[in-house]
Design a protein around this ligand. Structure first.
Ligand SMILES: C[S@@+](CC[C@H](N)C(=O)[O-])C[C@H]1O[C@@H](n2cnc3c(N)ncnc32)[C@H](O)[C@@H]1O
Length: 206
C-alpha cells in the first residue's frame, strides 16, 4: 500500500493508540498481534514497534527539557516519531523528522497530531547530504544493522564537525560505534514487552 490516505486509514483502524512504556503522557499507534501490519507490504515495519534506544532518548528529553527548549531539532530515523514528538512536547522550537519508510512518514504525522505537537517537516533520507539546519540531531536506535550504521556514522561525523549537537539512544547494539559515544545516562526500558537497558550518548566526531 503506497497512498497516504490508505496507509493512514489502515493505521488508524488496526494499530491501537498505546501509551509509551515509561512515558504515559505520550501515546502512539503501535502494532499488536491482531494488527496484520504485514498487509501494508512493508518488509520491515520498524515504525510499528517499540525500540529501546528511542524509548531511552525520549525519556531523557522529557527528564531534561533544557536540552531542547527553543532549539531546532532533527530526528533521524524517526520511525513512529517518538523521539521528535518527545522533543516537541519538551519545548523544541522546530522539529524535523527524517524517515525512509513512507508508512512511517504517515505514522509520524498521525502520532504527532494525536499528541497535539507539531512536526514541522517530514523528510526522506538526508544521510548523503550536508548537516541539516538544526541545533540538535537526535538518533533513536538507528545503529541496528552494519550497513545502516556505516551510513549514519558518516553523516553524524559531518553534523558534529559542523557544530550540530548529536544525541544517540541505543541499547549497545553490535554496530554502535562505541568509540564515538560518551554515555550521559541509561534507562531500563520495555522493548516489545522485554525490559532492557539502553544508553543515551553524546556523539563525538573522530
Ligand atoms: C529501529 S527504528 C527506530 C525508530 C525510532 N527512532 C525509535 O526509536 O522508535 C530505525 C528507523 O530508521 C529508519 N532509517 C534507516 N535508515 C535511514 C535513513 N538513511 N534515513 C532516515 N531513516 C532511516 C528506518 O526506516 C527505521 O524506521
Amino acid at each position: 500500500m503506497t497512498d497516504a490516505a490508505g496507509i493512514a486509514a489502515f493505521i488508524q483502524a488496526r494499530l491501537p493508540v498505546t501509551p509509551v512504556p515509561g512515558l504515559p503522557e505520550l501515546c502512539l499507534h503501535k502494532a499488536d498481534p491482531a494488527s496484520g501490519v504485514g498487509r501494508l507490504g512493508d518488509a520491515a515495519p520498524y515504525w510499528a514497534y517499540w525500540w529501546a534506544g528511542g524509548l531511552a532518548l525520549a525519556r531523557h528529553l522529557l527528564a531534561y527539557p533544557d536540552l531542547v527548549v527553543g532549539r531546532r531539532v532533527f530526528d533521524l530515523g524517526a520511525g513512529s516519531g517518538l523521539v521528535g514528538i518527545a522533543a516537541a512536547r519538551a519545548g523544541a522550537a522546530h522539529v524535523t523528522a527524517s524517515e525512509i519508510d513512507v508508512h512511517a512518514q504517515t505514522a509520524i504525522a498521525l502520532n504527532a497530531a494525536r499528541n497535539r505537537v507539531t512536526i514541522a517537516a517530514i523528510v526522506g533520507d538526508c544521510t548523503a547530504g550536508p548537516a541539516p539546519d538544526a541545533d540538535l540531531l537526535l538518533v533513536g536506535d538507528v545503529f541496528y544493522a552494519p550497513d545502516v550504521a556505516a551510513r549514519v556514522t558518516g553523516f553524524l561525523d559531518r553534523c558534529a564537525t559542523a557544530g550540530v549537537e548529536v544525541l544517540v539512544g541505543d541499547p549497545w547494539r553490535a554496530p554502535l560505534p562505541v568509540e564515538r559515544m560518551a554515555l550521559l545516562a541509561s534507562y531500563e526500558v520495555a522493548e516489545i514487552g522485554t525490559a532492557r537497558r539502553a544508553g543515551v550518548f553524546a556523539y563525538r566526531a573522530p
